[in-house]
Design a protein around this ligand. Structure first.
Ligand SMILES: Nc1nc2c(c(=O)[nH]1)N[C@H]1C(S)=C(S)[C@@H](COP(=O)(O)OP(=O)(O)OC[C@H]3O[C@@H](n4cnc5c(=O)[nH]c(N)nc54)[C@H](O)[C@@H]3O)O[C@H]1N2
Ligand SMILES: Nc1nc2c(c(=O)[nH]1)N[C@H]1C(S)=C(S)[C@@H](COP(=O)(O)OP(=O)(O)OC[C@H]3O[C@@H](n4cnc5c(=O)[nH]c(N)nc54)[C@H](O)[C@@H]3O)O[C@H]1N2
Ligand code: SF4
Ligand SMILES: [Mo]
Length: 700
C-alpha cells in the first residue's frame, strides 16, 4: 500500500463552491470532508459532496461510447462515433439547413469549466441557431433584467449577505439549495450572522420552508403574485417619500417612467391577490428603507413563474430605491478574476433578434426557450429540428411537459447525447458519448466565481487520472468541432484560455495566473464585494435604466392575469409548486446509495385543511393531474403549506423503462414535469413557468 494522500478541490455539484478535503490511498477514497482552510467555505459541506465517490465508482456510469441498435446498446470506438456523428449532422444540415440540428445544454455545463470555455467553438462549428438550455427553466429573467437595466446579461446583482442588516428572501430556499445566483457556502451560518448582528431575515414563500423556519418572519404568498407585492413596495417607497438613490442618483435613467408605472399598485389594491395584508407590505417597504443596509433577493420561486421578468426587474428597483444597489450590505457586483462581462459595452443585445419558428418566442443570449423545444421538433415544416445533441442535460425530466420531449426525441432522424448515464433523455440518443466527471476533472468556477458573495478564485486539479479511453467533456466538444469543420487541432486547451483571462483580468496587477492558483490549492480570497457598478456598467449611455419600456409594458399582462383572476375554477383548484431536497441535485444524483436511502422523499405536501376536504390521509397515494398529464405519489400532510398550494420535488421520476440507473430505479419518485405545462411561460423572457401550475388532486 502506498501512503495516504490528501487532495483539495472545489465541489462542483451546486453553486456553493465548497472546498473539499479528500483523503485517498491507492485510488480509494478514505474520506471526504469540508476543507477548513478554504478561505471562502471555511469547512462547510453538505451530504452531496460525500457522494462524489459514488459517482466516481458508479458501475452504471458510461465509460465508452455506445450506439443504439435493434439488438440493444453496443460499444463503439470514439473514432467511429465522431465520424458517424459528423457525417449524420452534416448530411441533415446539407439537406435541411443548419438549424435542422438542435442543441440542449443542461445544468452541469455551468459547473464545468472546460465546457464553459469550449462550447463557443462547438457552436461555431455546428452553426445552428436552434440552441436551448436549462437556463430558460431557471434564471433567464435575471439575465434579461440585467441586460436591459445594466447593459450585460451576466452582470448579476448578488446579495451582500455577510454585511446586510435586512434580507428579504422571495422564492428561494437557500438552506436546502445552498444558494443560487448567490454563491455563499455555509449560507445557514451567514443568515444566522445577520440575526446575531441585530439584523432581520424575512422569507416570502407559499411554503414555510427550512429557510423560512430560521427567519425572523415568514409570509405566505399566493404563487405568481410576487410582482404585485414588489410593485406595492416600490409604490410605498415613492408614495411615502422614502426613496434614497444614494451614490447612484446621477446614473439613474427613467425614474419618472417608473413613478408613472407603479402609480396604480397601492398595497391596498394588491393585498388580496397576494394574500398579504396591505399594512404588512407597507411595513416591509418602510423597514427596508429604514435599515442601515438591506437587500431583496428573489430567486427560483420568483423566476420560474409567469412574471419572472417583472419580478427580477422589480427586485433590482427595490434595491436601487432604498439605496441598496452597489453598496455594502445591499445587492452588489462581484469582481471575478476571470470575467464574463468585460468588453460588452455598446454591443447590441440579442434579445428578440430571432423568433422561435412555431410559437414566436424571443431569442436571447444565443438561445430559444426550452419550453418550445418539443414544438420545434414535432411541428413539420421549413426549419424543423430533425436531429439533436444534448450535452449534460436531462430535459425529459427537467423541462415543462417533459413527456412531450420523449415523443419529440423519439421522432428525430438522429440524436446524440454527451452524458455520464443512460437515462430518461439519453435513452433516445442514437449515440451516447460518455464524459469524465467529478473527481476526474480539473475545475475552475467560471460562472459561480462571478456570482459569489466575496471575490474569490480557486483552481482544482483532477484527483484521479482518467483512463486512456475516457474523454473530458471539453475534449469531446473539441473533437466534434474538428470533425464537423475538418480543421486541424490548434492545441488550445481550457487551461490556456483560463490562464489568459486571469492574466488580463481585474487582478492582473496582483500577478493573477493559473500558476498562482495552482500554488494555492485552498483558493484565494480577493476580498469583500466593493462598489464598482459605474466601472462595470455596460449600457451605451453609461446609465442604469430603472424602467426599461419592455418591462413597463409587461405590466399590462400582469394586470390582465393577476388582478382580474379571482376564482381559479373548480376543475383544477390547486396551485402546484416545486421543491428541492437536501439529498438530491436535479435529476442526476439519485444513483448514489449514500444519497438514496430511507423513506421516499418524493411526496405531495399538502395543508391539513385541504387534505381533510379531499379525504386524504398521510401516506395515502394521491393522483395529481393537469391538462398535461398525471402522476401518483404519497401524501404528506404539512401545515407548512399555504392553503390551496401543493408542493412536489423536482428532478425525480426515474421510473421510465430502459434506463441504466439501477439505484435511482429503486426509489424512482415521480416527475413533476409530467404535470407542468409547456404553454405556461413568462411571455416577456420565455422562461418556463413551473410555479402555480393548476392541478386537481384526488385519492388514487
Ligand atoms: N418543475 C420544475 N422543473 C425544473 C426545476 C424546478 O424547480 N421545478 N428546476 C429547473 C432548474 S433550476 C434546472 S437547472 C434544470 C436542470 O435541468 P437539466 O440540466 O436538464 O437536468 P440535470 O439533472 O441537471 O441534468 C444533468 C445531466 O447531465 C448529466 N451529467 C452530470 N454530470 C455530468 C458531467 O460531468 N458531464 C456530462 N456530460 N454530463 C453530466 C446527468 O447524467 C444528467 O443527464 O431543471 C429545471 N426543471
Ligand atoms: N439540494 C439541492 N440543492 C440545489 C439543487 C437541488 O436540486 N438540490 N438545485 C440547484 C439549482 S439547479 C438551482 S437553480 C438552485 C435553486 O435554488 P433556490 O432558488 O433556492 O430554489 P428552490 O429551493 O427551488 O426554492 C424556490 C422556493 O420558491 C418557492 N416558490 C414557489 N413558487 C413561488 C412563488 O410563486 N412565489 C414565491 N415567493 N415563492 C415560490 C418554493 O416553495 C421554494 O421554497 O438550487 C441549487 N441547489
Ligand atoms: S453545498 Fe453544493 S458545493 Fe457545497 S458540498 Fe454541497 S453540493 Fe457541494
Ligand atoms: Mo438550476
Amino acid at each position: 500500500m502506498s501512503e495516504i494522500k490528501t487532495h483539495y478541490r472545489t465541489c462542483n455539484i451546486c453553486e456553493a463552491m465548497c472546498g473539499l478535503e479528500i483523503r485517498h490511498q491507492d485510488g480509494n477514497i478514505l474520506s471526504i470532508k469540508g476543507d477548513a482552510d478554504d478561505p471562502f467555505s471555511r469547512g462547510h459541506i453538505c451530504p452531496k459532496a460525500v457522494a462524489l465517490q459514488d459517482f466516481y465508482n458508479d458501475k452504471d456510469r458510461l465509460k465508452t461510447p455506445i450506439r443504439r441498435t435493434t439488438d440493444g446498446w453496443q460499444a463503439i470506438s470514439w473514432d467511429e462515433a465522431f465520424a458517424e456523428i459528423a457525417n449524420r449532422f452534416r448530411g441533415i444540415q446539407d439537406a435541411h439547413g443548419k438549424d435542422a440540428v438542435g442543441v440542449y445544454l443542461g445544468n452541469p455545463n455551468a459547473h464545468n469549466f472546460g465546457n464553459a470555455i469550449m462550447l463557443p467553438r462547438f457552436f461555431k462549428a455546428l452553426g445552428t441557431n436552434n440552441r436551448y438550455s436549462s437556463a430558460s427553466a431557471d434564471q433567464l429573467p435575471h439575465h434579461v433584467a440585467s441586460n436591459y437595466m445594466l447593459g450585460a446579461g451576466m452582470l448579476i446583482p448578488i446579495p451582500d449577505i455577510d454585511h446586510t442588516d435586512f434580507m428579504l428572501i422571495i422564492g428561494a430556499n437557500p438552506i436546502v439549495s445552498n444558494g443560487s445566483l448567490m454563491t455563499a457556502p455555509g449560507v445557514g451560518k451567514r443568515l444566522k450572522a445577520i440575526q446575531q448582528r441585530g439584523g432581520k431575515v424575512v422569507v416570502v414563500d407559499p411554503r414555510r420552508t427550512e429557510t423560512a423556519r430560521k427567519a425572523d418572519q415568514h409570509l405566505f404568498i399566493r404563487p405568481e403574485t410576487d410582482a404585485l407585492m414588489l410593485l406595492a413596495m416600490v409604490h410605498t417607497l415613492i408614495d411615502e417619500g422614502l426613496v434614497d438613490l444614494g451614490h447612484l442618483a446621477p446614473l439613474i435613467e427613467g425614474y419618472e417612467r417608473l413613478g408613472d408605472a407603479v402609480g396604480p399598485y397601492s398595497p391596498e389594491r394588491v393585498a388580496d391577490a397576494c394574500g398579504i395584508a396591505a399594512d404588512t407590505l407597507r411595513g416591509l417597504a418602510r423597514e427596508m428603507a429604514a435599515a442601515n443596509s438591506a437587500v431583496c433577493y428573489s430567486r427560483m420561486g420568483a423566476s420560474t413563474q409567469s412574471f419572472g421578468g417583472l419580478c427580477q426587474w422589480l427586485t433590482n428597483v427595490l434595491n436601487i430605491l432604498t439605496g441598496n444597489f452597489d453598496s455594502r450590505g445591499g445587492a452588489m457586483f462581484t469582481q471575478p478574476a476571470f470575467d464574463l462581462v468585460r468588453n460588452k459595452k455598446g454591443k447590441p443585445s440579442s434579445y428578440g433578434r430571432y423568433e422561435s419558428r412555431v410559437r414566436k418566442l424571443p431569442f436571447f443570449n444565443g438561445e430559444f426557450p426550452v419550453a418550445t423545444l418539443a414544438d420545434e421538433i414535432l411541428t413539420p415544416g421549413d426549419g424543423q429540428i430533425r436531429a439533436m445533441i444534448t450535452i449534460a442535460g436531462n430535459p425529459v425530466l427537467s423541462s415543462p411537459d417533459g413527456g412531450s420531449l420523449e415523443k419529440a426525441f423519439e421522432s428525430l432522424d438522429f440524436m446524440v447525447s454527451v452524458d455520464i448515464y443512460l437515462n430518461e433523455t439519453t435513452r433516445y440518443a442514437d449515440i451516447i458519448l460518455p464524459a469524465t466527471t467529478g473527481l476526474e476533472v480539473s475545475h475552475f468556477d467560471v460562472f459561480f466565481n462571478s456570482f459569489a458573495v466575496r471575490n474569490t478564485a480557486k483552481f482544482s486539479e483532477p484527483l484521479f487520472a482518467k483512463s486512456e479511453d475516457q474523454k473530458h467533456d471539453w475534449e469531446i466538444l473539441k473533437e466534434l468541432a474538428l470533425h464537423l469543420t475538418g480543421l486541424e487541432d490548434d492545441g488550445v486547451t481550457p487551461e490556456m484560455m483560463l490562464d489568459g483571462g486571469l492574466r488580463h483580468g481585474a487582478y492582473a496587477d496582483q500577478g493573477m495566473s493559473l500558476e498562482k492558483l495552482k500554488a494555492n490549492p485552498h483558493g484565494l480570497d480577493l476580498g469583500p464585494l466593493q462598489p464598482c457598478l459605474e466601472k462595470r456598467l455596460q449600457t451605451e449611455d453609461g446609465r442604469i435604466h430603472i424602467a426599461p419600456p419592455l418591462f413597463v409594458e409587461d405590466l399590462n399582462r400582469l394586470d390582465a392575469f393577476a388582478l382580474t383572476e379571482t376564482d381559479q375554477g373548480t376543475e383544477y383548484p390547486f396551485s402546484m409548486i416545486s421543491r428541492r431536497l437536501p439529498r438530491s441535485h436535479n435529476t442526476w444524483t439519485q444513483n448514489s446509495h449514500r444519497l438514496i436511502k430511507g423513506k421516499n422523499p418524493c411526496t405531495l405536501k399538502i395543508n391539513s385543511a385541504d387534505a381533510q376536504r379531499l379525504g386524504l390521509e398521510d401516506g395515502q397515494t394521491a393522483r395529481v393531474a393537469s391538462p398535461t398529464g398525471s402522476i401518483q405519489l404519497p401524501v404528506e400532510i404539512d401545515d407548512d403549506m399555504f392553503e390551496g398550494v401543493v408542493s412536489i420535488p423536482q428532478g425525480w421520476g426515474h421510473n421510465r423503462p430502459q434506463t441504466g440507473m439501477s439505484i435511482a430505479e429503486s426509489q424512482p419518485g415521480e416527475s413533476i414535469n409530467d404535470v407542468t405545462d409547456r404553454q405556461r411561460i413568462d411571455a416577456l423572457t420565455g422562461n418556463a413557468a413551473f410555479n402555480g401550475t393548476r392541478v386537481s388532486i384526488q385519492a388514487a
